[in-house]
Design a protein around this ligand. Structure first.
Ligand SMILES: CC(=O)SCCNC(=O)CCNC(=O)[C@H](O)C(C)(C)COP(=O)(O)OP(=O)(O)OC[C@H]1O[C@@H](n2cnc3c(N)ncnc32)[C@H](O)[C@@H]1OP(=O)(O)O
Ligand SMILES: CC(C)C(=O)C(=O)O
Length: 570
């Protein structure tokens, strides 16, 4: 039983909407195809993107955007709808008169199939070396019925009249090589045989050849079906079209169902050769297909997209400035958070993957959770791992090493990881890397009570057995009371450990020791990590000093101090 409520969603049997009717294509070929080469890209940022902005771009902003698109490598750029407004017309004129258009770039202009608009469009083209004139009219049953109140032959007539006019006007711009592009707007909702009929009527008037093709742009004006149905529409069209070799089949996908990228990729499998879209998916409603995502999806499959996104943050900055939009944090490839792992198991795997890659020297990118090397697109490794209460020891260790050069021994990751987990839980927010270091300082480096080293001297002696040993003489303050201690061992740490135990000042054994240099200039310091086994348990200590011997002695006391006091950090 279906219950129709006055507002909100229908429940049960949905009568308000109906499923899209699939087209018949039982022997479809596209599912077993692969994308192996880049399509011809056409940016529609300055037209479809611009027409969807609350505040359209000014002429200067459009010029800046145009230069950006040229820099990225677009060879076809829809620069606007010159008959729509004075701003659009002026922009066209400035592009041409100020010589902004490189020889290998073709500008494209959109126009409805209306006589006065087509005439004005041709006026705007004067002086251009080459241009794609993009003619459109809407063809779906819904648009025919609601917008135009016309039957199919009348809709075909709108298109054909427009093409005839363009054909006549070509002679008015003899210096401009004109390519015709025709879009049966709302193709995605148009009966497929009617879409073919109107396109073939256009082709019959224009008379393209394999050398001078027409562009037939089949737009998903509104995305109304799953991407596989879109692919069937494109394959059906490609297979049924007369003289297919005289046309370039182009896609223009919107993202109403959130599957614009998938629809475009499947449309390419189905036989399309050209893609129109925008940077970061700007465009009407949910946007046009995002060309950055499409191109980088190809790249990460080993296909050269022939567009350069090596400095994506700089591209994003200009885009955001010109459009006054912002790229969402989760936007594929570009979003601020897309190369960041907060969760422990992801951090651990990334950390291991990065280390393994460094050791292997393999040219193949092979890091879990990162489908692309952030550095390929101008992102850094710095933001890959960020710490909050979902994070684990692996991520903390990664940051301590990548940000501060501290290579804590693996067993210490657990201990310091707990310190940071506690801090993140108490705080309930992100722990910045500077705070991570601060916690390390407080927990290890600044632990100087109750034991504090005031002096240490080591010298080589001959022991009773006649072999060389090290004797240490040190002063250790315990709760500010100085104690002079002496001990012998096979090295300074051993001698110091024995001295403390022999004098009854402490009771522990050395479990592990490691050290490394920090920095590589005159101010190089050494860092030592010591783990002690005390009656209260096993504890790490760490210390920094320009003298490695002193660093290790201080690290012993750091561990000892920690064993006498619970976690200090809060
Ligand atoms: C899917 C897309 O994104 S298509 C691109 C859409 N982009 C834009 O519209 C941005 C620029 N557009 C504009 O500035 C204006 O709409 C203009 C200048 C093109 C036209 O302006 P106006 O004529 O003042 O208004 P408007 O757009 O409302 O015109 C609607 C008329 O055009 C007709 N029309 C709409 N599309 C087409 C078409 N492709 N071919 C022929 N006629 C069309 C409508 O049926 C309607 O006719 P009616 O007045 O007889 O009912
Ligand atoms: C003019 C056409 C290509 C269009 O913008 C659309 O259908 O979205």
């Amino acid at each position: 039983m279906s219950i129709q409520t006055r507002s909100g969603m229908q429940r049960g049997t949905i009568t308000k909407y109906r499923p899209f009717t699939p087209i018949e294509l039982p022997d479809r070929q596209w599912p077993s195809k692969m994308i192996t080469t880049a399509p011809t890209w056409c940016s529609v940022d300055l037209r479809d993107g611009n027409q969807a902005l609350p505040i359209p771009m000014s002429v200067d902003e459009k010029l800046e955007m145009f230069d950006l698109l040229v820099g990225v490598g677009f060879k076809e750029i829809e620069v606007g709808f010159p008959s729509a407004s004075q701003t659009e017309y002026e922009f066209m004129r400035r592009l041409i008169e100020e010589d902004h258009i490189p020889d290998d770039v073709t500008i494209q202009v959109l126009v409805q199939s209306r006589e006065e608009l087509i005439s004005r469009t041709f006026e705007s083209l004067r002086g251009a070396k080459k241009a794609i004139v993009h003619l459109y009219n809407s063809t779906s049953e819904q648009q025919r019925r609601i917008v135009f109140g016309l039957d199919k032959p009348a809709i075909v007539d709108i298109a054909v009249r427009g093409v005839r006019q363009i054909k006549d006007l070509v002679a008015s711009v003899p210096e401009t090589a004109i390519t015709l592009q025709y879009s049966p707007e709302s193709f995605s909702l148009t009966e497929i045989d009617f879409a073919l009929e109107i396109c073939e009527a256009v082709v019959d008037v224009w008379q393209p050849t394999p050398a001078q093709k027409i562009i037939l742009n089949l737009p998903t004006t509104v995305e109304v079906s799953t991407p596989n149905i879109h692919a069937d529409q494109i394959e059906w069209f490609c297979r049924h079209m007369r003289n297919r070799e005289t046309a370039i089949i182009s896609l223009h996908t919107h993202n109403d169902r959130g599957t614009g990228v998938a629809s475009t990729e499947m449309g390419l499998l189905a036989g399309a050769e050209r893609v129109e879209g925008t940077l970061f998916g700007n465009g009407e409603r949910t946007g046009n297909v995002d060309i950055v995502t499409l191109a980088l999806n190809m790249y990460t499959q080993g296909v050269d997209p022939c567009l350069n996104f090596s400095d994506l943050p700089a591209i994003q900055e200009i885009y955001e400035k010109c459009t006054r939009l912002s790229v969402p944090m989760r936007q594929p490839y570009a979003g601020e958070l897309v190369f960041t792992a907060f969760s422990g198991s992801h951090q651990d795997a990334i950390n291991k993957g990065m280390n393994a890659l460094e050791k292997s020297h393999s040219p193949l990118w092979d890091v879990p959770y990162l489908p692309i090397d952030p550095k390929d697109i101008g992102r850094s490794y710095e933001a890959i791992i960020r710490i909050n209460s979902q994070s684990g020891k692996g991520g903390v260790a990664y940051l301590m090493e990548s940000e501060f050069g501290l290579q804590m021994p693996k067993a210490m990751h657990i201990e310091f990881g707990k310190v940071i987990k506690h801090l993140a839980d108490v705080r309930g927010s992100e722990i910045l890397s500077s705070e991570l270091y601060q916690a390390f300082e407080q927990e290890y480096l600044q632990r100087t009570a109750p034991f504090k080293l005031t002096s240490f001297e080591g010298r080589t002696i001959l022991n009773k057995a006649g072999s060389e040993a090290l004797e240490c003489i040190a002063t250790v303050n315990i709760n500010d009371v100085p104690h002079e201690i002496r001990g012998q061992g096979n090295g300074p740490i051993d001698a110091f450990v024995r001295a403390l135990n022999q004098h009854g000042l402490a009771n522990f054994t050395l479990k592990s020791y490691s050290e490394h240099a920090l920095g590589n200039d005159a101010s190089t310091q050494a860092v030592a990590y010591i783990q002690l086994q005390t009656p209260a348990g096993a504890f790490f200590g760490a210390a920094l000093d320009t003298n490695i011997e002193i660093a290790s002695i201080k690290a012993v006391l750091s561990a000892l101090n920690r064993s006498t006091q619970p976690i200090k950090f809060n």
